[in-house]
Design a protein around this ligand. Sequence first.
Ligand SMILES: [Zn+2]
Ligand SMILES: [Zn+2]
Length: 271
Amino acid sequence: MTSERWDGRIRRAQKLSTDYPFATEILRFYAHVAGVQKHVYERVLAECGNTRMQRPTGGLREELDLTILLPEFRGFLGLVEKYGPAALAATAKELAAEDPAKWAEELSAWWAVPDSGGEGATGHRQFCARAFLEPYAEYLAEHTELPVLEMTPSVCPLCGGRPQLGVLREEGDGAARSLVCSLCSTEWRYGRILCPACGESNETHLAIYIAEEMPHVRVEACETCRVYMKTVDLTKTGLAVPIVDEIAAVPLDLWARERDFAKLQVNLMGM
Ligand SMILES: [Zn+2]
Ligand SMILES: [Zn+2]
């Protein structure tokens, strides 16, 4: 594996930031974040190498090598301070002045809680922990054999994280849906007509909304539990980079929230 995937995300964010004025600011900042994440990923790869391992289902969070990560945190905070929106930049500055032992404590605490991303988990310190640890989680996931799944779980089979989004890919005459983990980006198959929050499988309770501006992204909202997520339809465009297109589709989040749906998992940019 290489760090090409980060370059793909950065290029897509730059492209969409000019295509979609409603998302320009958020995507420009995301492109900077992805640039620092790429750097963190490369450091971890250089230290840990390219060996794939077996890890128990959900066991990815039992590892956290802060000896590799902590020396990178100051540089990461410096970039957030430089490019982030004012309030976030202030938090990064505040964190940079703190003792590394406190960083270690805070990063470990964030890492230990698989369910750390629901509505409300949008604090600036949480942003810093998540953005910084995502590349490490992706490294671990890429170097772990995906366990054979006996049933389709509604959380990530490797790290227990919530799905960030869905992806539709062509299969046979139709399309199959996978979910993408919000922390480690692992993808796993999931039923198309099934709410990942409550298990609702009655089609009449599952609404789909598509906005004119971005026809390849849809809201999938469950009227039973009032939770939604977005799904990127790769059968409509092969150019999409799902996690970036999900971030770009801001109008869909506004649409869902106006109708009192809560998001299953807030994305990295706090939407
Ligand atoms: Zn995961
Ligand atoms: Zn539901």
